[in-house]
Design a protein around this ligand. Structure first.
Ligand code: SF4
Length: 215
């Protein structure tokens, strides 16, 4: 399948936006990833953050990541307010979404389902609340498949009739910049993607490294 440069697609959209009042619902996976995304998008949009991540395990970790996002919200609200939509933690929804795929590793079909069910909730809310656009911070991670994320976004745009902002935030040193900003703002950066399976996978990798084995 043809590989599309979604960073360029985003730049094409940003170029034709009417003013900086265009309403964007931004799905945020965590505070550190949101820093650089907000740096890029804040001048183009009226932004509302949506921390919709029932995949995160355990609940304490979910609360910890949400707290960091609230910190980022307050930092970036300095010149222009960044809003936030409340979300509810119900991990049963995640387990339903990835049923039968639990044993697949990170980057597999399990993750595609995990992106899709979170992004679908964001698209639904964006439509319901009258946003002009929706998107996600997920593409900033080098471990996330930007081609798949954007294909899901395109599908949801058609399904719900709300614009999807194509993106590949890791490009143009975006990921590196998110690490720099996270350290500048002293944010907590998690060591695993989020779900219980990724926590177990990260534990196994760590153990193998400690035992001096190849991974
Ligand atoms: S590894 Fe990350 S993207 Fe994949 S299923 Fe787990 S939380 Fe979702």
């Amino acid at each position: 399948m043809e590989r599309i440069n979604y960073q360029r697609e985003m730049e094409n959209i940003l170029r034709i936006l009417p003013d900086n009042q265009t309403k964007l619902l931004l799905h945020c996976c965590c505070g550190p990833c949101s820093t650089q995304v907000l740096s890029v998008l804040k001048k183009y949009f009226d932004i509302t953050l949506y921390f919709y991540n029932p995949n995160i395990y355990p609940r304490e970790e979910y609360e910890k990541r949400l707290k960091e996002l609230i910190k980022v919200q307050s930092i970036f609200s300095f010149e222009k307010e960044v809003k936030r939509m409340d979300s509810v933690y119900d991990d049963r929804l995640y387990f339903e979404a990835v049923k039968g795929l639990e044993s697949k590793g990170e980057g597999s079909e399990r993750c595609l389902q995990c992106y899709a069910f979170r992004m679908e909730e964001v698209a639904k809310r964006a439509k319901e609340k009258g946003f002009d656009y929706f998107t996600t911070t997920l593409s900033i991670s080098p471990y996330k498949n930007a081609q798949e994320l954007n294909r899901i976004g395109e599908h949801l745009e058609k399904k719900y009739g709300v614009n999807y902002l194509y993106s590949d935030f890791k490009k143009k040193e975006g990921y590196k910049e998110s690490i720099r900003l996270s350290s500048e703002y002293q944010l907590y950066r998690q060591e695993y993607c989020g779900c219980v399976f990724s926590l177990q996978e990260a534990g196994r990798i760590k153990e193998r490294k400690q035992n001096g084995k190849e991974i």
